[in-house]
Write a protein that binds this ligand. Structure first.
Ligand code: NAP
Length: 524
């Protein structure tokens, strides 16, 4: 049995205590184990701060970007092997695996290019020098310098590559070293990613460390220059906010958590049009991709009441066509969920939605017919479509994120109610709106905006070009208010802010320009 290794203080190492088992969720056979017990995490944090930090800060943005480019290339070279690991330990189909792995490789490449654009600077001068007194000589200017601590990254099980890479890309470009922790459930893929980066000898010592399993005392060592970026459930996010070290040292914290994303069909869209077909396609994809284990999956589908039966039967028909089974098979569209716990959580979640006034109108939580999976084995569940005719009363639909291939149809009578219904989710990562009607589209987009991290407007003219709403792009902010964690990641250069300290430097303008001016990025 392979024991996965952490990479701390410049060495691969394993814990000494009880190990956590990693399984293949299709066969339930154990594929590896991992333990972090007894590892010296205080020393690792210091190693990052004292070795990785100074080495990165000495480099320009362009040089840090060049490191990211090499990381992207190194991972691309082993892409096929990574896909195989994802299928085995994540239960993903090949396409689902690519979504995670190519997403990680692409995000590294995007931030590599941003580094090249920011050029020789090592920090960013923001805006103009502003006159502060009657003297034109005494001015203030805002400068963003890298924080001198370490970035601790805690990731969810569903994106072992992308989660690791998108966070690391931004921190490294900002000049901050990283210690990254995957969820143990799918840590095999994250371990392979880190092994590849380490063996490629790309990064300075201490720039990227890897804690493969339980966090133990890691978060107790967070200090005032450190940052903590967390992705996972709202419950764990809440725990992060209350950590003694976080509160006591005002550690900067970013939380990416649950989300009850909505897709909205506006009343002007007619069944049978291309726009309607795009809407159905997007909902089906966003419910079944990665077996619904996506933070950006569509959980609530708002449709005009007059069209609800038609949408219901079209979605039911498409869901019934999805082939479920061994994700290694080419014809299989949906693999299992990642663990027995996850399967139980999906079943419990659907029961909670039903108890709250939603009824199942297609599919079920019973074991579906599977292709190629061993008899009675694997954590399989098929797509489940629920319907709640009174959207406001079905409270669990707006509170309980069922992290599987599950969504609820919510018919509405009046377009004026759309924003309020979306808002019942108390904050989402992505809201998508399908329609052309100018009279209502603007109001709906601006109405859902305060409750969303990203709003995708799909109108007839872009129906064939628009990206699916669950796709997270490095150039656009990812995050959402309230339930979604209240955080922000990515979004191009905006993402660097989290890792830097903005300081207002006041003084003699010509002197300040002389001292700081050379740091101005070329495009700054
Ligand atoms: P989770 O159970 O909250 O775990 C997330 C991470 O936190 C894991 O690495 C977990 O590792 C760690 N963790 C849990 N308790 C901890 C503690 N006390 N100290 C330090 N680390 C701790 O979430 P999950 O089940 O992996 O992921 C599913 C959830 O993530 C869903 O709710 C989904 O919506 C959300 N998600 C959000 C986004 C987004 O961008 N907003 C993206 C992906 C997923 P251990 O298991 O080792 O404790």
């Amino acid at each position: 049995m392979e024991t996965l290794k952490s990479y701390l203080s410049g060495e691969f190492c394993t814990g000494k205590g009880a190990a956590t088992a990693l399984v293949n969720p299709t066969t339930e056979v154990q594929v590896a184990e991992t333990s972090t017990a007894g590892l010296d995490l205080r020393a690792a944090m210091n190693f990052g701060r004292t070795q990785g930090g100074p080495a990165l800060r000495e480099l320009s943005f362009a040089q840090r970007g060049a490191l990211l480019k090499q990381m992207s290339k190194a991972l691309h070279e082993v892409r096929d092997a990574l896909i195989d690991v994802s299928i085995m330990n994540g239960g993903t189909t090949r396409n689902d695996a690519k979504f995670d792995i190519d997403g990680g490789i692409g995000t590294l490449a995007y931030y590599a290019e941003l580094g090249a654009k920011l050029g020789d600077a090592r920090y960013v001068i923001e805006g103009e020098h502003e006159q502060l007194t009657r003297s034109a000589r005494f001015t203030g200017v805002h400068v963003r310098v890298p924080r001198q601590g370490i970035a601790v990254h805690i990731n969810a099980f569903n994106f072992p590559t992308w989660g690791l890479a998108e966070k690391a890309a931004v921190a490294i470009l900002a000049g901050v070293p990283v210690i990254t922790k995957p969820s143990p459930i799918t840590a095999l893929l994250a371990a392979r990613v880190v092994e590849r980066i380490v063996e490629s000898k790309i990064l300075p010592a201490g720039a990227l460390q890897f804690l493969c399993g339980d966090a133990n005392d890691l978060l107790e060592h967070l200090g005032p220059q450190d940052v903590l970026a967390f992705t996972g459930s709202g419950k764990t996010g809440e725990l992060m906010r209350g950590l003694r070290a976080v509160v006591g040292n005002a550690v900067r914290l970013n939380v990416e958590a649950d989300s009850l994303n909505a897709a909205v069909l506006l009343p002007d869209v007619e069944a049978g049009t291309d726009l309607y077909a795009t809407f159905i396609r997007d909902v089906v994809r966003e419910v079944t991709q990665k077996t619904g284990q996506k933070c950006t999956a569509i959980r609530r589908v708002l449709v005009p009441r007059a069209l609800a039966d038609r949408v219901q039967s079209d979605l039911a028909e498409k869901f019934a066509e999805i082939k479920i089974g061994d994700p290694a098979l080419e014809e299989v569209r949906m693999g299992p969920v990642v663990s027995a716990n996850q399967l139980k959580s999906v079943r419990d979640g659907v029961a909670e939605l039903e108890a709250s006034g939603a009824r199942i109108v297609s599919g079920s939580v019973a074991r579906p017919t599977t292709l190629g999976a061993p008899e009675g084995k694997g954590y399989f569940v098929g797509p489940v479509l629920l319907r709640a005719d009174d959207a406001a009363r079905a409270t669990a639909v707006h509170h309980r994120e069922v992290f599987g291939p599950v969504t609820t149809l919510l018919p509405y009578d009046d377009a004026q109610s759309i924003a309020a219904t979306v808002g019942l989710g108390q904050g989402s990562l992505a809201t998508s709106v399908y329609g052309d009607s100018r009279e209502i589209l603007g109001d709906v987009l601006l109405g859902v905006a305060p409750w969303s991290g990203r709003v995708v407007s799909v109108s007839s003219k872009v129906a064939d070009q628009a990206i699916s709403p669950g796709m997270v792009l490095p150039s656009c902010v990812h995050g959402g208010p309230g339930r979604a964690g209240g955080g922000e990641e990515l979004g191009g250069e905006r993402a660097l802010h989290f890792y830097s300290q903005r300081v207002a430097i006041q003084g003699d303008r010509p002197l300040m320009e002389k001292l700081l001016g050379s740091a101005q990025p070329k495009n700054g």
